[in-house]
Write a protein that binds this ligand. Sequence first.
Ligand SMILES: [Zn+2]
Length: 325
Amino acid sequence: MSYVVGVDIGATYTRVVLADSDARIVDRDKFETPREHPLAPTAAIAESVRRLLRRNRVPEGALRGIGIGSIGPLDMRRGIIVRAANLPLENVPIVRPLREEFGVPVYLVNDCVAAVIGERFFGAGRGHDDLVYITISTGIGGGVYVNGHLLLGKDGNAHEIGHMVIDSQGKLVCGCGKRGHWEAYSSGSGIPKLARLLAGERPELAGESELRTLGLERVSARDVYDAAKRGDRFAVEVVREASRYNAMGVANVINVYDPSLITVGGSVALNNVELVVEPLKGLVPEYAINRPPEIKVTPLGDDVGIYGALALALGLETLPKGFTQ
Ligand SMILES: [Zn+2]
């Protein structure tokens, strides 16, 4: 029996799973992503892999490969995380230390690339050659297949769809420092900024909102969606405006990639399906020119990226030359 490991490196948590050769998950581990030193995350992953092997009585020789989906941007050719939003580390070496430690192939891709691979081989994307996965979480990101080809770009970051410009006036500043990006308006980090922007434009509506009572400087995306679900008129307006920005972003994705399926994941989308995903169906046609794809929530939930990492480790998807070390 042979085994593979799938890893999901997030800004807050890193998750590691052990799976058999049919991608059945045997065991899981999760820890806070270490942030004290650039070598610490990889050391913690190695430790976790050894722990999982030991705990399941798997000899190290039975390990076939390790797949990793990670926050980025990455330099895939060098197998490193160049830097990461919300993680105070730069140039984190991932691939080489793990390959030297375990003597197996190690594959590193952007977390949304891992997610679209997971969707294609294990989720709703089976049978689709043209497929986009979109995460709406703290940030907004995507992974893309066109004609069965995984899109990567020169460094493996070909799909930073959250940083598409959707507001020419650039009223809000994105976490990346630039203006007018999709992520700045309707991601988990963007929604509170959008609420403050609208409160400035519509003070009479904001004045009677429970978000005003909570303190507009302190509200989270969850506060806004929860208030909207209770019928708070201002929160409903913020959510409606966020949906319009999401529709523009998704329409741009449809116009440039022409997918037959878009799956949506990420905590903001998964926790508010009726308010985030459902409105897209009505709004996207206002902006999209290509024949509309099916749009649905990923059936793999939080594990979509983990499954992509496993698909890489199992050799179901192969990365082009130059993107593996
Ligand atoms: Zn940006």
